[in-house]
Design a protein around this ligand. Structure first.
Ligand SMILES: [Fe+2]
Length: 477
């Protein structure tokens, strides 16, 4: 508990920072063409409800439910201090039933931040602090469809039409920051997340949730410098903590940039193996070469007690400009974590630039064979999207299959849907959005997960450009 003096000091520092930030923003160019507000990233200005969409090819009859994907869609965008990661959240969804595409909806997440800018009225529900923008992931957790973000705000609950119901503290059980990437342990049904907030630089939290979607525990983990931790992972015995050299920068905040995290070469990179059934003091920190990771495909324990982590890594992150993610991609890697030597060894699975790794989630935290990833630009500074390809990595044979989306086609994250609950690993389909940058339209494309090189088996045609976003998931009926 902070003392009265600490509270007063923090309040006066925050006020001084906010004053400085506002002043610096006023001095920036309001007409600058920000790369994440223009071109393919230009936000949508309307909420649409389109019924009976055109379908080509075959959408498997077994697929009944809603594909939902979220991303930033800034309302009344202002380029001054803007960063891709801070835009107002908008969820897009396509409702599928018996091979038909019944509807497309896009909806702003009804945050107070959005209402303040002149947007639609905010939803009811509790808030954590002044920032409540949620824009990074949407998934089903404990029977609720939740829109999520890292770094502090509570989740928002959505209804089956993707309209915002309320912000939620999960029946009063969530008191600490949450994450955009909680992971379900498919064996226990419990969910785990590593969470942080910029207001607290010496602590991150391991948040564990029940199958019903209520918090069971929020365990503090000591860190330094306020690291930004986007993702976590898990194995049978550990939760994996990525304490990497992207940390809070007060100087950047004071300069009026809304996203205050930057590459920090002085912050030692390390991976923590947090025992699932021990205390936080027993965490095993293992040194790793400086790098950054947004996303993990999977992790698992080996018979010798070591841990393998498959992830997409970067040489650095947020070191080359204030507008969005940047840094030279290192490709898809397998990390070997030796808890005895307390050291991580990195090896390339495929050094070509790629992001958004997904697997058959029924294998999460366990040994597995198949991962799907999309390629991305290699340049350190770009708008993060380009004509690209879908990759399938068979980690048993080392084979890499690919499907090129084609000229001016920009694919986002692809999610795996099993053919049946008890189907073998990778027996099922992939689905994800592909933007046609030539005519400003979008397709929700479907692939056979084990033969992507044959091209899509079917597609739903959406007659407008859905701006590139972050994560999507299948929400079955
Ligand atoms: Fe993410």
């Amino acid at each position: 508990m902070a003392s009265e003096t600490e509270v007063k000091i923090r309040a006066s520092v925050t006020k001084a920072l906010n004053t400085s930030a506002a002043l610096h923003r006023k001095l920036k160019n309001p007409f600058r063409k920000h790369m994440f507000l223009t071109g393919i990233h230009e936000p949508m200005t309307e909420e649409l409800s389109l019924d009976h969409l055109e379908v080509s090819g075959d959408i498997p009859d077994a697929i009944n439910g809603t594909y939902a994907r979220i991303g930033p869609n800034p309302f009344n965008p202002d380029p001054r201090g803007h960063h891709w990661f801070v835009g107002d959240g908008m969820v897009h969804g396509i409702r599928l039933s018996s091979g038909r595409a019944e509807w497309y909806h896009n909806r702003y997440i009804r945050a107070r931040t959005l209402e303040t800018k002149g947007g639609p009225p905010a939803a009811e529900g509790p808030r954590r602090g002044a920032r409540d923008t949620v824009n990074t992931n949407v998934l089903k957790l404990g029977g609720r469809t939740l829109a999520l973000v890292e770094s502090g705000p509570f989740p928002f609950e959505l209804d089956s039409n993707l309209d915002t119901v309320q912000s939620t503290d999960l029946n009063g059980t969530l008191t600490r920051p949450f994450s955009a990437h909680p992971h379900e342990d498919p064996i226990s049904g419990e969910w785990h997340a590593i969470t942080y907030e910029p207001e607290t630089q010496d602590t991150v939290w391991h948040v564990c949730l029940s199958k019903a979607g209520e918090v069971i525990s929020e365990r503090p983990i000591s860190v330094a410098d306020g690291p930004s931790i986007h993702e976590c992972s898990l194995t049978e015995d550990y939760i994996i903590v990525f304490d990497l050299p992207v940390t809070l920068s007060m100087a950047v905040l004071a300069q009026g940039f809304h996203f205050p995290f930057r590459w920090n070469a002085r912050h030692a990179a390390r991976v923590g193996l947090l025992p699932r059934r021990g205390t936080v003091e027993e965490i095993i920190w293992c040194d790793v070469d400086p790098c950054y990771v947004f996303h993990v495909a999977n992790s698992f324990q080996n018979t010798d007690g070591s841990v393998s982590i498959d992830c997409c890594a970067y040489e650095s992150m947020f070191a080359h400009g204030p507008d969005g993610p940047n840094g030279v991609p290192c490709g898809f890697e397998r990390w070997h974590v030796d808890p005895e030597k307390r050291r991580v060894t990195r090896a390339a699975i495929d050094p070509s630039a790629q992001e958004f790794p997904r697997i058959d989630e029924r294998r999460f935290g366990q040994s597995y064979r198949h991962a799907w990833v999309v390629s991305q630009p290699r340049e350190a500074v770009s708008n993060f999207v380009a004509e690209n390809a879908l990759y399938h990595h068979d980690l048993e044979t080392g084979e890499k299959r690919r499907h090129d989306f084609g000229p001016d086609q920009v694919g986002g994250e692809f999610v795996f849907i099993p053919r049946a609950p008890d189907a073998d690993e990778a027996d099922g389909w992939l689905m994800g959005l592909v933007i046609d940058a030539r005519n400003d339209s979008t397709q929700l494309q479907f692939f056979g997960a084990l033969d992507i090189e044959k091209g899509p088996v079917g597609a739903v045609h959406i007659p407008h450009r859905i701006p590139p976003g972050f994560h999507g998931n299948w929400i079955p009926d």
